[in-house]
Design a protein. Structure first.
Length: 92
């Protein structure tokens, strides 16, 4: 500002809130900063987890573990299908 001299700036009175309000404001700002940091960390962890799951899915590890965990169910589903495949065709 062209009309603002150092002398005028030094004489300018600036109100400041009471100490209680300053402390309250500092606590709120600190809380927001901590939450932002925590959100950033959570986001980084989710990104890492996503990459791990992608790797497992595309290398077959995820599928192999799922198959092992559900082997009995898969065999139970395959049995009737195998019977249908090996069943002789009906005569016309």
């Amino acid at each position: 500002m062209p009309n603002m001299t150092k002398g005028r700036l030094e004489k300018l009175e600036v109100e400041k809130p009471p100490k209680r309000l300053q402390d309250q404001f500092a606590r709120v700002v600190n809380g927001v900063s901590l939450r932002r940091r925590d959100l950033g960390t959570a986001h980084e962890n989710l990104e890492k987890l996503f990459l791990v799951w992608l790797h497992r899915a595309f290398t077959g590890v995820l599928t192999a573990k799922w198959r092992e965990a559900h082997l009995k169910e898969l065999l139970a589903e395959m049995e009737p299908q195998a019977r249908l495949i090996h069943k002789p065709a009906a005569a016309n």
